[in-house]
Design a binder for this molecule. Structure first.
Ligand code: BGC
Length: 501
């Protein structure tokens, strides 16, 4: 049968593909968009814990921190101005995701990635050379625009390029690059904090230009996805790319399916209005709730504030930055576990296992902190407790890294029909960035008020989201992206909304 078509247990057609060098390299280059995202997550927590950076740009925060006689450990770092520096980027990213949706649909995935790279490049130059807060904030806004473009286009690019049976693995390349970005940033923080003259932060912020350059040049060299080429009328080129990515000229059936999906998509003039139709309710729910829940795991409390959190529990400055390197390493290696298992075990198994592990770890972390600091927040953490705490934080990060981390981007990017794919992905990016912003902004205040209860708060969300997955997320492993409709029409709940065609 052409292209080795088989009928899957869900009744859909599957075109088993293998890993060709072409698909591997295209996806590798595109995933480097994740480096930008990750680098930025990792770098800001570090620079905002550096005295030289604070005294130059946020003198009042610096003075307050130095004069701080606060004995309450939970409230030591509560400053809105400081958190605004970290989280302002996510505001720019969420606003951009809508513009990126149009660029991705009208000009293709490739040019959206390029826009991301180039604005990010400008942002890192401005930040590295910053002499006043205005330059710093403007730089952050440009970085945010870059992230908005990249996070909108890269996951879609990967999901469309990959053969269905390798889609999970190739898509998670994005998350792996994100974790590599975070880890590099953690290492650079660690290496630059002690630079004499206190300009180490300039290296940290300016080096963001390296991943930006990679994705900018990479996007120029990459072909667009067959789906996007067909949708924009470049059918001959689409076929050429499909032959190359699949490594065989026997691609007619898959190509015809893509054309059919594109025809259907063309009949739809208003993707934004359409996505609100009843028949897209399951996809809309996933696009909103998956990124919403991903942020309510509380992961960015660790990613943004690990150094500050470790300072809070009594580690020294260096040890705090070092602990952030440890969580960064765990994050990266655990993502690899997800890469090798997601297309075999499936998305649901990873979500359920990872969610449970995160729940248990959060309860233990909250309890350890409660035992040491109680509700007054006064006390010192003993060495044994501190080690146990780091261990459970690592178990928590590992659970995230093979479940909600990668799947939070994979699942929304693979569930949409072509006609609403770009709009749907923007909603996912927008929800993700909004929640990242809110949590980034609120964490230090929440820690001050909820105290150790903050960890129980996130643990309660873990129960809700894990139950949601168990009941409402159908398995999508191995299902071709243009056959996803079947998955909903056979689900116990969503079949009320989606009829089989
Ligand atoms: C999330 C980020 C998070 C990162 C940690 C990503 O999937 O979207 O918010 O910081 O994972 O690895």
């Amino acid at each position: 049968m052409a292209g080795g078509v088989v009928i899957s247990s869900s009744g859909g057609k599957v075109y088993p593909g293998h890993m060709t060098a072409f698909v591997f390299f295209s996806c590798l280059v595109a995933s480097s968009g994740g480096l930008i995202f990750g680098y930025d997550i990792g770098i800001s927590g570090g620079v905002t814990s550096m005295d030289s950076f604070l005294s130059e740009f946020f003198p009042s925060v610096y003075a307050q921190a130095k004069a701080n006689k606060e004995k309450n450990q939970y409230c030591k770092f509560d400053s809105q101005l400081l958190t605004l520096f970290t989280s302002s980027l996510y505001l720019a990213a969420l606003a951009t995701s809508f513009l990126a949706a149009s660029v991705t649909r009208i000009f293709g995935r490739k040019w959206s990635m390029f826009c991301g790279g180039i604005t990010f490049l400008a942002g890192s130059a401005l930040n590295g050379a910053a002499t006043n807060v205005m330059m710093l904030i403007l730089g952050r806004i440009l970085l945010g625009i870059g992230v908005g473009f990249a996070n909108q286009s890269v996951p879609l690019y990967l999901s469309e390029m990959a053969p269905a049976n390798l889609r999970g693995m190739l898509n998670i390349g994005f998350q792996l690059m994100t974790t590599i970005g975070i880890l590099s940033a953690n290492l650079i923080n660690y290496a630059t904090v002690s630079i004499e003259g206190g300009w180490g932060w300039r290296i940290g912020l300016g080096l963001a230009g390296v991943p930006a350059l990679i994705i900018t040049l990479g996007a120029l060299a990459l072909p667009d996805t067959p789906n996007s080429l067909i949708a924009r009328g470049y059918t001959a080129e689409a076929k050429k790319v499909l032959v190359k990515v699949r490594g065989t000229s026997d691609v007619h059936d898959e190509y015809d399916d893509m054309v059919a999906a594109s025809e259907e998509a063309k009949a739809i003039e208003h993707p934004w209005r359409n996505i609100l139709e009843r028949k897209y309710r399951p996809q809309l729910t996933i696009a909103v709730l998956i990124p919403f829940f991903q942020q309510l795991t509380g992961i960015n409390v660790i990613m943004f504030y690990a150094p500050v959190l470790f300072l809070t529990i009594g580690f020294g400055g260096d040890a705090s930055l070092m602990s952030a390197v440890i969580t960064g390493l765990v994050n990266m290696f655990a993502t690899i576990i997800s890469i090798v298992s997601v297309d075999r075990l499936g998305r649901r198994a990873l979500f359920l296992q990872g969610g449970t592990q995160m729940f248990v770890s959060q309860i233990v972390v909250g309890t350890l902190i409660a035992l040491q600091f109680g509700t007054t927040g006064e006390g010192e953490m003993s060495r044994t407790y501190a080690m146990l705490l780091v261990l459970f934080i690592c178990l928590y990060v590992a659970g995230f890294a093979w479940s909600w981390g990668p799947l939070g981007w994979l699942v929304p990017s693979e569930v949409f029909a072509l006609e609403i794919r770009s709009a749907g992905q923007s909603i996912a990016v927008c929800v993700n960035m909004t929640l990242t912003f809110i949590i980034g902004q609120a964490f230090l205040t929440m820690l001050c008020h909820l105290k150790f209860g903050l960890f129980y708060f996130f643990a309660a969300w873990m129960v809700i989201m894990t139950t949601f997955i168990a009941l409402f997320l159908p398995e999508t492993k191995g299902v071709p992206i243009d056959e996803m409709n079947l998955v909903w029409s056979r689900h116990w709940f969503w079949s009320k909304y989606v009829v089989q065609m």
